[in-house]
Design a protein around this ligand. Structure first.
Ligand SMILES: [Zn+2]
Length: 404
């Protein structure tokens, strides 16, 4: 699913005295005329566009240029979101929600354009997003610690987990300036720990080195930033870097009018979908390249581990450390890497080998598989009938080194 939402939050009224708002509203009308009214024949039938202007809502499907609907079956149920200012003549804010596909590549889900990055705007954006993806208690949302976003998530997705971007939190704690690289590495190991016991040990070291941050981290809540304590599934999403990467990619395009900005994204997505579709065709392993590499690393690491059977589906694995207790029926391992990352840990891999299974990809979650990856990108991003004279990316690339 890929969705565009454009909103004027407060209508004409008093806000029109602000010249930026006036420009923004003018751009909205332009967008409605240019995109919504003269829609060409449907090409991407499950994409959605909503344009709300002055309390009058026009809901049309934008069918010419947007990606098809990658459902939660195609990516993890963990979304990163971030906002960024529009820097051109037409002021406003862009809101982004992105997921990661099974090959650990950024997969934009929706973006919205509103007037300001307020709680009202975020609530509106998430409400529109919810209309497309529905209510799913397994959904996790990762963002910076910003009051407006926190309020909007509590309002629109009250049953979903809201985790914080660990990098943003680290910067706020000023860890880098105190202990340098060593301290930063300790921070990431603490955030990413799977076992609670590993987290406790690392946290003890962290607090010993920097006692000032203890109260802050306690007040924020361990569950908000620690994978071991997380109340929802974060998988490998410890930061909102993916959404910020899209914002960085569009830093020059955000100076353009909204229609040009949308075309900029369409051109990029068209290229990404094409390249990834071709990559999917070439895949031979049952898993994506990224997942296969992860599993191969764990195969190498676990080559000397020993397995002892407990019963038909429970196995104990001696790994030279804390051991792993694998339950194949429950799909759990006591190291928690399997259930928290979605890919089999070294303990599961050696149990698979112990059972003479030729390979272990069937223990990975479905969105890491080749077939799901292919189906994610099987549709094309079509070119609108009325194209710009010159591709936006081509024009921008003359001023910057934007890389896909
Ligand atoms: Zn394990």
């Amino acid at each position: 699913m890929f969705t565009i939402f454009v909103s004027d939050e407060s209508g004409v009224g008093s806000s029109s005295a602000n010249p930026n708002v006036k420009n923004y509203q003018s751009e909205e009308h332009h967008l409605q005329r240019k995109i919504v009214q003269p829609l060409p024949p449907a090409k991407n039938p499950i994409s959605t566009t909503t344009i709300a202007i002055h309390s009058r809502k026009c809901n049309r499907r934008l069918t010419t240029s947007l990606p098809p609907f990658p459902t939660p079956n195609h990516h993890s149920l963990c979304l990163s979101q971030d906002g960024a200012h529009l820097n051109g003549k037409f002021k406003g804010t862009i809101f982004l929600a992105v997921a990661m596909d099974g090959n650990n590549q950024i997969l934009p889900i929706a973006f919205g354009i509103g007037k300001t990055e307020s709680g009202e705007s975020w609530t509106w954006f998430l409400t529109k997003l919810k209309e497309c993806i529905g209510e799913n208690p397994s959904l996790s949302i990762i963002s910076d610690k910003v009051a407006s976003i926190e309020m909007a998530i509590r309002t629109v997705f009250p049953f979903s987990f809201h985790g914080l971007c660990c990098r943003h939190l680290m910067v706020n704690l000023r860890l880098k300036s105190k202990k340098g690289k060593t301290f930063e590495q300790l921070w990431w190991r603490t955030c990413k720990a799977y076992r609670v016991s590993d987290f406790d040990e690392l946290m003890h070291t962290l607090i010993n080195d920097c006692p000032d941050i203890y109260n802050t981290l306690l007040n924020v809540g361990y569950d908000k930033w620690s994978r071991a304590h997380s109340a929802g599934q974060r998988y490998n999403v410890m930061t909102s870097n993916s959404a910020e990467s899209i914002n960085a990619l569009s830093r020059h395009a955000r100076k353009l009018p909204i229609t040009k900005l949308i075309e900029f994204f369409r051109e990029y997505l068209q290229k990404w979908y094409y390249n990834r579709r071709n990559l999917g065709v070439e895949l031979e392993h049952p898993l994506t390249q990224w997942a296969e590499n992860k599993v191969m690393q764990r195969i190498t690491k676990s080559a000397t581990w020993k397995v002892t059977g407990v019963n038909g589906h429970v196995f104990e694995v001696a790994d030279g450390g804390k051991k792993g207790l694998v339950d194949l029926y429950a799909r759990t391992c006591s190291c928690r890497q399997w259930q928290l990352s979605g890919l089999p840990c070294g303990h599961v891999i050696v149990v698979s080998r112990f059972l003479n299974q030729t390979e272990c990809s069937h223990w990975a979650l479905h969105w890491f598989t080749r077939d799901v990856y292919r189906s994610t990108y099987e549709e094309s991003i079509n070119t609108p009938l009325r194209r710009p004279v010159m591709p936006i990316t081509a024009r921008l690339s003359t001023r910057s080194n934007i890389r896909s």
